[in-house]
Design a protein around this ligand. Structure first.
Ligand code: 5AD
Ligand code: SF4
Length: 397
């Protein structure tokens, strides 16, 4: 009997890596085999990223190239049906357009609905449906996270939240991955323990901004929690640091880290915990995006250059660890002076790694309303200067 096979190609971040891995797990449960040979696969899934235009362009050209594979399969045997699925961020940003323009793409599915993919693939392979598009934004079914399949037998990504409600003005994530949604701490801990039972002792927690994680135990809690604002201490609120403290109690874990931490609500409590437990990696990814207060305000980031630098000082003093960051050059209206402030932050902090990006307009975002007025040439010049600077600085760490 022909055993169905699945191939999955992933673009983008660790969140997508974990989603792809969980998906493979649920397809294996249904009797599929995993293949790297996309010419042979019955189901080809392309897990996409929308964060920057460059990422979308790469995925679109890849999806375009799959058309030849489908023609090859159909040429070989006319009855061979295949599923070509575009999933992840681009489903919501470009899905409808791609559905119209690329007839060989017969399945489009948003991040929230990934758990339905085996069912959708079955409907297409059986011929019940020709094409399916599901762009729903919803809380995911919890069981999706418990898919036990892991590509790496020593390290596991564990998602603690999906989506984001911070609305940084340049960022498409809240639109394509939906608003912030949180998993129950008990479920997260159970998933971590399941990994331990498989012999995995290194854990990376994933959230667009892990500091936004919270859980309210009591239904009659009547306070207001300001997301991304000041920390609110209430006995009913279980915070990200509380979650880390619970994980720290699990003896078998050897190493814990997490991405990403937004500077506006990264707390000193977190630093003390990182310093005081051997389990925490002494490294923090802390994107500052820009060193100019004016641009930070336009980006809706909620901190200033000085606040960022003082957070870094505290981190260095308390944790004594290394830092990495993300930077955007060429945000609308960015002047040479704004850019020099960004360069100054790189020089002062001395990051171990810095990921430097040229601004690109993302549909629906607030900054898309501003004129993209820094020329491509100027973006490239600023990008090159920071890359060269960072190369020199990272050698000294
Ligand atoms: N243009 C350029 N870079 C962006 N990023 C997010 N949105 C954009 C955009 N519109 C970068 C940020 C973020 C990283 C994941 O991608 O630096 O931290
Ligand atoms: Fe995007 Fe800002 Fe949310 Fe990060 S915190 S995912 S940059 S909106």
């Amino acid at each position: 009997m022909h055993r169905r096979s699945i191939a999955i190609v992933t673009f983008g971040c660790q969140m997508n890596d974990r989603d792809s891995e969980a998906l493979v797990g649920i397809f294996l449960d249904k009797g599929y085999i995993l293949t790297e040979d996309i010419y042979q696969a019955d189901v080809i899934l392309v897990n996409t990223c929308s964060v920057r235009k460059h990422a979308e362009d790469r995925a679109i050209s890849f999806i375009g190239s799959i058309r030849k594979i489908i023609e090859y399969r159909q040429g070989k045997n006319n009855s061979l049906r295949s599923v070509v699925g575009l999933i992840g961020c681009m489903a919501r940003s470009r899905g409808e357009e791609i559905f119209k323009k690329m007839p060989h793409v017969n399945l489009i599915c948003s991040s929230a609905m990934l758990y339905k993919l085996p069912e959708y693939a079955e409907e297409i392979l059986k011929g019940d449906k020709d094409r399916i598009i599901d762009l729903e934004d919803n809380k995911r079914e919890e069981w999706f996270y418990h898919s036990p399949f892991r590509f790496d037998k020593n390290h596991a990504y564990v998602v603690i939240s999906t989506g984001c409600s911070n609305y940084c003005s340049y960022c498409v994530v809240p639109y394509v991955r939906g608003e912030l949604r949180l998993r129950d701490p008990q479920d997260i801990i159970e998933e971590v323990k399941k990994n331990i039972s498989l012999g995995i002792k290194k854990i990376t927690l994933l959230g667009q901004n892990v500091n936004d994680y919270y859980y309210i135990y009591s239904d009659n809690y009547s306070g207001v929690r300001i997301l991304g604002g000041e920390e609110i201490k209430d006995k009913n609120i279980f915070s990200f640091v509380d979650l880390l403290k619970e994980l720290d109690k699990i003896d078998e874990i050897e190493e814990i880290d997490f991405i990403t931490s937004h500077p506006k609500n990264t707390s000193r409590d977190l630093f003390y915990l990182m310093a005081n437990s051997k389990k925490f990696k002494k490294h923090l990814h802390l994107p500052f995006q820009s060193g100019s207060d004016r641009i930070l305000k336009l980006m809706n980031r909620g901190y200033t250059k000085d606040k960022y630098l003082s957070l870094v000082d505290d981190f260095k003093m308390i944790v004594k660890g290394t830092l990495s960051t993300d930077v955007i050059v060429g945000f609308p209206t960015e002047t040479e002076d704004d850019f020099l402030h960004t360069k100054d932050v790189l020089e002062k902090v001395k990051f171990k790694y810095a990921y430097i990006f040229k601004y690109s307009v993302r549909q629906n975002t607030q900054s898309a309303k501003l004129e993209d007025d820094v020329s491509q040439g100027e973006k490239e010049r600023r990008h090159r200067i920071l890359l060269e600077l960072q190369k020199r600085l990272s050698l000294s760490i």
